[in-house]
Design a protein around this ligand. Structure first.
Ligand SMILES: C[C@@]1(CC(=O)O)c2cc3[nH]c(cc4nc(cc5[nH]c(cc(n2)[C@H]1CCC(=O)O)[C@@](C)(CC(=O)O)[C@@H]5CCC(=O)O)C(CC(=O)O)=C4CCC(=O)O)c(CCC(=O)O)c3CC(=O)O
Ligand SMILES: NC(=O)C1=CN([C@@H]2O[C@H](COP(=O)(O)OP(=O)(O)OC[C@H]3O[C@@H](n4cnc5c(N)ncnc54)[C@H](O)[C@@H]3O)[C@@H](O)[C@H]2O)C=CC1
Length: 209
Protein backbone atom coordinates (compact mmCIF):
# COMPACT_ATOMS: atom_id res chain seq x y z
CA UNK A 1 0.00 0.00 0.00
CA UNK A 2 1.67 3.19 -1.15
CA UNK A 3 0.67 6.73 -0.38
CA UNK A 4 0.59 8.34 -3.85
CA UNK A 5 -0.99 11.62 -2.75
CA UNK A 6 0.65 14.44 -4.72
CA UNK A 7 3.29 12.11 -6.17
CA UNK A 8 4.30 12.29 -9.81
CA UNK A 9 3.57 9.01 -11.66
CA UNK A 10 4.47 8.40 -15.30
CA UNK A 11 2.53 6.06 -17.60
CA UNK A 12 4.05 5.25 -20.99
CA UNK A 13 1.24 4.11 -23.28
CA UNK A 14 -2.30 5.33 -23.73
CA UNK A 15 -4.38 2.18 -24.24
CA UNK A 16 -6.91 0.36 -22.05
CA UNK A 17 -4.23 -0.67 -19.57
CA UNK A 18 -2.91 2.90 -19.21
CA UNK A 19 -6.47 4.14 -18.74
CA UNK A 20 -7.08 1.68 -15.90
CA UNK A 21 -3.82 2.56 -14.13
CA UNK A 22 -4.47 6.31 -14.57
CA UNK A 23 -7.92 5.99 -12.96
CA UNK A 24 -6.54 4.19 -9.90
CA UNK A 25 -3.69 6.68 -9.56
CA UNK A 26 -6.09 9.63 -9.73
CA UNK A 27 -8.26 8.02 -7.07
CA UNK A 28 -5.13 7.86 -4.93
CA UNK A 29 -4.46 11.58 -5.46
CA UNK A 30 -1.39 11.13 -7.66
CA UNK A 31 -0.28 13.57 -10.32
CA UNK A 32 -0.41 11.55 -13.57
CA UNK A 33 1.73 12.12 -16.66
CA UNK A 34 0.84 10.06 -19.75
CA UNK A 35 3.41 9.74 -22.52
CA UNK A 36 1.94 8.24 -25.67
CA UNK A 37 1.41 9.20 -29.34
CA UNK A 38 -2.28 8.33 -28.94
CA UNK A 39 -4.66 7.72 -26.07
CA UNK A 40 -8.16 6.30 -25.49
CA UNK A 41 -11.07 8.77 -25.74
CA UNK A 42 -11.45 8.68 -21.96
CA UNK A 43 -7.79 9.54 -21.38
CA UNK A 44 -8.06 12.33 -23.97
CA UNK A 45 -11.04 13.74 -22.06
CA UNK A 46 -9.11 13.49 -18.79
CA UNK A 47 -6.22 15.40 -20.40
CA UNK A 48 -8.63 18.05 -21.78
CA UNK A 49 -10.14 18.69 -18.37
CA UNK A 50 -6.65 18.82 -16.83
CA UNK A 51 -6.88 15.79 -14.53
CA UNK A 52 -3.87 14.17 -16.25
CA UNK A 53 -0.96 15.63 -18.23
CA UNK A 54 -0.53 14.12 -21.69
CA UNK A 55 2.66 14.35 -23.75
CA UNK A 56 1.49 13.39 -27.23
CA UNK A 57 4.60 11.53 -28.41
CA UNK A 58 6.58 8.32 -27.97
CA UNK A 59 8.60 7.72 -24.81
CA UNK A 60 12.14 9.17 -24.82
CA UNK A 61 14.97 8.45 -22.44
CA UNK A 62 14.96 11.16 -19.76
CA UNK A 63 11.15 11.12 -19.43
CA UNK A 64 11.20 9.39 -16.07
CA UNK A 65 13.29 11.93 -14.16
CA UNK A 66 11.57 12.75 -10.85
CA UNK A 67 8.88 10.07 -11.13
CA UNK A 68 7.75 8.28 -7.98
CA UNK A 69 6.26 5.33 -9.93
CA UNK A 70 6.52 4.30 -13.57
CA UNK A 71 4.15 2.16 -15.65
CA UNK A 72 5.55 0.67 -18.85
CA UNK A 73 2.23 0.05 -20.62
CA UNK A 74 2.95 0.26 -24.34
CA UNK A 75 2.13 -2.69 -26.59
CA UNK A 76 5.82 -3.03 -27.53
CA UNK A 77 7.69 -5.33 -25.20
CA UNK A 78 11.09 -3.93 -26.17
CA UNK A 79 9.94 -0.37 -25.42
CA UNK A 80 8.56 -1.52 -22.06
CA UNK A 81 11.95 -3.04 -21.25
CA UNK A 82 13.80 0.18 -22.19
CA UNK A 83 11.46 2.11 -19.90
CA UNK A 84 12.06 -0.40 -17.11
CA UNK A 85 15.81 -0.04 -17.59
CA UNK A 86 15.69 3.73 -17.25
CA UNK A 87 13.42 3.48 -14.20
CA UNK A 88 15.83 1.09 -12.53
CA UNK A 89 18.83 3.30 -13.29
CA UNK A 90 16.98 6.04 -11.38
CA UNK A 91 15.99 3.71 -8.53
CA UNK A 92 12.30 4.17 -9.40
CA UNK A 93 9.78 1.33 -9.09
CA UNK A 94 8.36 0.15 -12.41
CA UNK A 95 5.29 -1.87 -13.40
CA UNK A 96 5.65 -3.83 -16.65
CA UNK A 97 2.25 -4.36 -18.28
CA UNK A 98 3.08 -7.31 -20.52
CA UNK A 99 4.99 -9.30 -17.90
CA UNK A 100 3.89 -8.70 -14.31
CA UNK A 101 6.63 -10.76 -12.68
CA UNK A 102 9.41 -8.82 -14.45
CA UNK A 103 8.32 -5.56 -12.81
CA UNK A 104 8.91 -4.23 -9.29
CA UNK A 105 5.23 -4.03 -8.36
CA UNK A 106 1.84 -5.03 -9.70
CA UNK A 107 -1.66 -3.59 -9.46
CA UNK A 108 -3.78 -6.09 -7.58
CA UNK A 109 -7.55 -6.44 -7.80
CA UNK A 110 -8.88 -4.09 -5.14
CA UNK A 111 -11.97 -3.81 -3.00
CA UNK A 112 -12.42 -0.49 -1.20
CA UNK A 113 -15.24 -0.22 1.30
CA UNK A 114 -15.23 2.33 4.10
CA UNK A 115 -12.11 1.73 6.17
CA UNK A 116 -11.39 -1.55 4.43
CA UNK A 117 -9.02 -1.96 1.51
CA UNK A 118 -8.59 -5.49 0.28
CA UNK A 119 -5.95 -6.26 -2.35
CA UNK A 120 -5.85 -9.63 -4.07
CA UNK A 121 -3.27 -11.14 -6.36
CA UNK A 122 -3.20 -14.70 -7.59
CA UNK A 123 0.41 -14.69 -8.79
CA UNK A 124 -0.15 -15.58 -12.42
CA UNK A 125 -3.42 -17.54 -12.15
CA UNK A 126 -4.89 -14.39 -13.64
CA UNK A 127 -6.35 -11.00 -12.81
CA UNK A 128 -9.85 -12.26 -13.49
CA UNK A 129 -9.41 -14.87 -10.74
CA UNK A 130 -8.28 -12.04 -8.44
CA UNK A 131 -11.33 -9.95 -9.32
CA UNK A 132 -13.57 -12.99 -8.76
CA UNK A 133 -12.05 -13.61 -5.32
CA UNK A 134 -12.45 -9.93 -4.39
CA UNK A 135 -16.15 -10.09 -5.29
CA UNK A 136 -16.57 -13.28 -3.29
CA UNK A 137 -14.90 -11.76 -0.21
CA UNK A 138 -17.04 -8.65 -0.54
CA UNK A 139 -20.22 -10.72 -0.49
CA UNK A 140 -18.92 -12.68 2.53
CA UNK A 141 -18.19 -9.52 4.50
CA UNK A 142 -21.64 -8.29 5.45
CA UNK A 143 -22.25 -4.71 6.52
CA UNK A 144 -21.61 -5.78 10.14
CA UNK A 145 -17.91 -5.82 9.33
CA UNK A 146 -18.02 -2.11 8.45
CA UNK A 147 -19.66 -1.39 11.79
CA UNK A 148 -17.00 -3.46 13.53
CA UNK A 149 -14.18 -1.52 11.84
CA UNK A 150 -15.81 1.82 12.75
CA UNK A 151 -16.02 0.70 16.37
CA UNK A 152 -12.39 -0.50 16.41
CA UNK A 153 -11.28 2.78 14.83
CA UNK A 154 -12.94 4.86 17.55
CA UNK A 155 -11.59 2.62 20.28
CA UNK A 156 -8.06 2.64 18.88
CA UNK A 157 -8.05 6.43 18.59
CA UNK A 158 -9.18 6.58 22.22
CA UNK A 159 -6.44 4.18 23.30
CA UNK A 160 -3.81 6.17 21.41
CA UNK A 161 -4.98 9.35 23.11
CA UNK A 162 -5.43 7.98 26.64
CA UNK A 163 -2.63 5.44 26.98
CA UNK A 164 1.04 6.42 26.86
CA UNK A 165 3.01 3.16 26.86
CA UNK A 166 3.10 1.11 23.63
CA UNK A 167 3.04 -2.22 25.50
CA UNK A 168 -0.11 -1.16 27.37
CA UNK A 169 -1.73 0.02 24.13
CA UNK A 170 -0.95 -3.36 22.56
CA UNK A 171 -2.41 -5.21 25.56
CA UNK A 172 -5.66 -3.26 25.37
CA UNK A 173 -6.01 -3.77 21.61
CA UNK A 174 -5.43 -7.51 22.05
CA UNK A 175 -7.99 -7.59 24.87
CA UNK A 176 -10.69 -6.04 22.68
CA UNK A 177 -9.97 -8.48 19.84
CA UNK A 178 -10.22 -11.43 22.25
CA UNK A 179 -13.81 -10.42 23.03
CA UNK A 180 -14.81 -11.27 19.45
CA UNK A 181 -17.22 -8.38 19.19
CA UNK A 182 -17.54 -9.02 15.47
CA UNK A 183 -19.55 -12.15 16.28
CA UNK A 184 -21.94 -10.09 18.43
CA UNK A 185 -22.23 -7.60 15.59
CA UNK A 186 -22.97 -10.39 13.09
CA UNK A 187 -25.67 -11.81 15.37
CA UNK A 188 -27.17 -8.32 15.68
CA UNK A 189 -26.50 -8.36 19.47
CA UNK A 190 -24.04 -5.49 19.50
CA UNK A 191 -25.19 -2.16 20.83
CA UNK A 192 -22.73 0.48 19.58
CA UNK A 193 -20.72 2.02 22.41
CA UNK A 194 -20.99 5.72 23.08
CA UNK A 195 -17.75 7.77 23.20
CA UNK A 196 -18.11 7.82 27.01
CA UNK A 197 -18.44 4.01 27.16
CA UNK A 198 -15.31 3.68 25.03
CA UNK A 199 -13.41 6.02 27.33
CA UNK A 200 -14.64 4.14 30.43
CA UNK A 201 -13.67 0.75 28.97
CA UNK A 202 -10.15 2.01 28.41
CA UNK A 203 -9.91 3.47 31.93
CA UNK A 204 -11.38 0.33 33.54
CA UNK A 205 -9.13 -2.09 31.65
CA UNK A 206 -5.94 -0.11 31.91
CA UNK A 207 -3.20 -1.34 34.22
CA UNK A 208 -1.49 1.34 36.29
CA UNK A 209 1.31 2.91 34.20
C1 LIG B 1 0.63 -8.89 -13.08
C2 LIG B 1 -0.41 -7.81 -13.39
C3 LIG B 1 0.47 -6.61 -13.52
C4 LIG B 1 -0.16 -5.27 -13.49
O1 LIG B 1 -0.74 -4.88 -14.48
O2 LIG B 1 0.06 -4.61 -12.49
C5 LIG B 1 -1.23 -8.07 -14.63
C6 LIG B 1 -0.70 -8.58 -15.78
C7 LIG B 1 -1.38 -8.99 -16.94
N1 LIG B 1 -2.72 -8.86 -17.14
C8 LIG B 1 -3.06 -9.41 -18.33
C9 LIG B 1 -4.35 -9.51 -18.85
C10 LIG B 1 -5.53 -8.98 -18.29
N2 LIG B 1 -5.61 -8.13 -17.20
C11 LIG B 1 -6.90 -7.83 -16.95
C12 LIG B 1 -7.38 -6.98 -15.90
C13 LIG B 1 -6.69 -6.55 -14.76
N3 LIG B 1 -5.39 -6.83 -14.50
C14 LIG B 1 -5.05 -6.43 -13.25
C15 LIG B 1 -3.83 -6.69 -12.64
C16 LIG B 1 -2.71 -7.34 -13.15
N4 LIG B 1 -2.54 -7.72 -14.44
C17 LIG B 1 -1.51 -7.68 -12.31
C18 LIG B 1 -1.70 -9.04 -11.63
C19 LIG B 1 -2.76 -9.06 -10.55
C20 LIG B 1 -3.02 -10.47 -10.09
O3 LIG B 1 -2.08 -11.17 -9.68
O4 LIG B 1 -4.15 -10.89 -10.11
C21 LIG B 1 -6.21 -5.80 -12.53
C22 LIG B 1 -6.66 -6.72 -11.40
C23 LIG B 1 -5.94 -4.44 -11.89
C24 LIG B 1 -5.38 -3.35 -12.78
O5 LIG B 1 -4.92 -3.56 -13.91
O6 LIG B 1 -5.40 -2.22 -12.29
C25 LIG B 1 -7.26 -5.67 -13.69
C26 LIG B 1 -8.70 -5.98 -13.26
C27 LIG B 1 -9.66 -5.01 -13.89
C28 LIG B 1 -11.07 -5.19 -13.35
O7 LIG B 1 -11.31 -4.80 -12.19
O8 LIG B 1 -11.92 -5.69 -14.09
C29 LIG B 1 -7.71 -8.50 -17.91
C30 LIG B 1 -9.21 -8.43 -17.95
C31 LIG B 1 -9.72 -7.30 -18.77
O9 LIG B 1 -8.93 -6.59 -19.42
O10 LIG B 1 -10.95 -7.18 -18.78
C32 LIG B 1 -6.86 -9.22 -18.76
C33 LIG B 1 -7.24 -10.16 -19.92
C34 LIG B 1 -7.59 -11.55 -19.36
C35 LIG B 1 -6.38 -12.38 -18.97
O11 LIG B 1 -5.39 -12.41 -19.69
O12 LIG B 1 -6.45 -13.02 -17.89
C36 LIG B 1 -1.87 -9.89 -18.95
C37 LIG B 1 -1.82 -10.64 -20.24
C38 LIG B 1 -1.57 -9.69 -21.41
C39 LIG B 1 -1.47 -10.44 -22.72
O13 LIG B 1 -1.96 -11.57 -22.82
O14 LIG B 1 -0.87 -9.83 -23.61
C40 LIG B 1 -0.82 -9.60 -18.08
C41 LIG B 1 0.67 -9.90 -18.27
C42 LIG B 1 1.07 -11.03 -17.34
O15 LIG B 1 0.38 -12.05 -17.29
O16 LIG B 1 2.09 -10.85 -16.69
N1 LIG C 1 -1.46 -5.49 -17.00
C1 LIG C 1 -2.64 -5.71 -17.54
O1 LIG C 1 -3.65 -5.64 -16.86
C2 LIG C 1 -2.73 -6.03 -19.00
C3 LIG C 1 -1.60 -5.97 -19.74
N2 LIG C 1 -1.67 -6.13 -21.05
C4 LIG C 1 -0.38 -5.88 -21.75
O2 LIG C 1 -0.19 -4.43 -21.76
C5 LIG C 1 0.06 -3.96 -23.07
C6 LIG C 1 -0.77 -2.71 -23.32
O3 LIG C 1 -2.12 -3.08 -23.35
P1 LIG C 1 -3.25 -2.12 -23.96
O4 LIG C 1 -3.31 -0.86 -23.20
O5 LIG C 1 -4.48 -2.92 -24.08
O6 LIG C 1 -2.60 -1.87 -25.44
P2 LIG C 1 -2.98 -0.82 -26.57
O7 LIG C 1 -2.40 -1.36 -27.83
O8 LIG C 1 -4.42 -0.49 -26.52
O9 LIG C 1 -2.20 0.49 -26.16
C7 LIG C 1 -0.83 0.66 -26.28
C8 LIG C 1 -0.50 2.13 -26.18
O10 LIG C 1 0.91 2.32 -26.17
C9 LIG C 1 1.21 3.45 -26.98
N3 LIG C 1 2.60 3.38 -27.45
C10 LIG C 1 3.11 2.63 -28.45
N4 LIG C 1 4.42 2.85 -28.56
C11 LIG C 1 4.76 3.76 -27.63
C12 LIG C 1 5.97 4.40 -27.26
N5 LIG C 1 7.13 4.13 -27.87
N6 LIG C 1 5.96 5.29 -26.26
C13 LIG C 1 4.80 5.57 -25.60
N7 LIG C 1 3.61 4.99 -25.92
C14 LIG C 1 3.60 4.11 -26.92
C15 LIG C 1 0.18 3.38 -28.09
O11 LIG C 1 0.06 4.63 -28.74
C16 LIG C 1 -1.05 2.98 -27.32
O12 LIG C 1 -1.68 4.12 -26.80
C17 LIG C 1 -0.33 -5.10 -23.99
O13 LIG C 1 0.62 -5.20 -25.02
C18 LIG C 1 -0.32 -6.36 -23.14
O14 LIG C 1 0.93 -7.02 -23.28
C19 LIG C 1 -2.84 -6.35 -21.67
C20 LIG C 1 -4.01 -6.47 -20.99
C21 LIG C 1 -4.04 -6.31 -19.56
Amino acid sequence: MLNCEGKSCVIAGGGAVAERKASSLLQAGASVHIISPDVTPRLAAMADEGSVRWSERAYQPGDLEGAFLVYAATEHEEVNHLIAEEARSLGTLVNIAHHGEAGDFISPAVLRRGRLTLAVTTAGAGPLASVQLCRHLESELGSSFDLYLEFLYELRQGIKKQVKTPSERHRLMRAIHEQDLWLDIERGDFIPWTPAQIQNWITDNQEAE
